[in-house]
Design a protein around this ligand. Sequence first.
Ligand SMILES: Nc1ncnc2c1ncn2[C@@H]1O[C@H](COP(=O)(O)OP(=O)(O)OP(=O)(O)O)[C@@H](O)[C@H]1O
Ligand SMILES: [Mg+2]
Length: 257
Amino acid sequence: MTDTPSPAGRAPGAPLVVLTDVNKHFGDLHVLQDINLTVHEGEVVVVIGPSGSGKSTLCRTINRLETYESGTITIDGQDLPQEGKALARLRADVGMVFQSFNLFSHKTILENVTLGPIKVRGLKPKEAEKQAMALLERVGVAHQAKKYPAQLSGGQQQRVAIARSLAMEPRVMLFDEPTSALDPEMINEVLDVMVSLAKSGMTMIVVTHEMGFARKAADRVVFMSDGAIVEENTPEEFFTNPQSPRAKDFLGKILTH
Ligand SMILES: Nc1ncnc2c1ncn2[C@@H]1O[C@H](COP(=O)(O)OP(=O)(O)OP(=O)(O)O)[C@@H](O)[C@H]1O
Ligand SMILES: [Mg+2]
């Protein structure tokens, strides 16, 4: 897969994911507070913030793994469907890669990648395999196709998880701390795949504290604290010149380890 072409008639850089005044509670906890966020086609947005600030909840809400109480979330102008076929389609439009690899342990690497395209997109097994092998090649694990997840390193499994998401041909990819469960030597191999994905024009929302990735690949950094977006800026500005006391405090902590 190369660059995701825009459907005809749509200018590049049009708003793709738009959150307007989104609010969500977990009981008494106001976990998402008046979230307004627009991610344009081809844009890479890094979401950063302290533990418990609502970053994962934001991703899960965009993908409708969580409900929300007020506001709107649209993907390419379409309201988020509540259920049924429309929701399955939306889920295919929004790929998600989590901290844990979530591969099916009893299926081979190749089967992990072909399953969705065969079941949801209706591809023939041969076509799905061809596409899967190209994607596994792209993330550097094609030679592992016949193995089972437990036989791969964490970094390799995470790259398979990325290939599996890409196989659904998503419009936008969400990554929730995709490298935080990895041993240090495997972090870069996953980040390299993500940087190349960003370069290919994929729209991405990435929760990560990897500043190298943010600097290399992000158009924008969004800083969350206590359920709210407190600050948004270019990576360079955000890391060198944070504006809010909360961002300054947070960066002071992560920069000193
Ligand atoms: N299903 C749930 N039920 C109740 N509270 C929840 C639930 N999921 C998350 N929370 C709470 O919501 C808040 C935000 O959690 P979330 O996982 O979105 O934070 P985060 O920014 O991703 O944190 P981390 O950096 O640790 O991953 C936390 O206080 C958390 O305890
Ligand atoms: Mg989280």
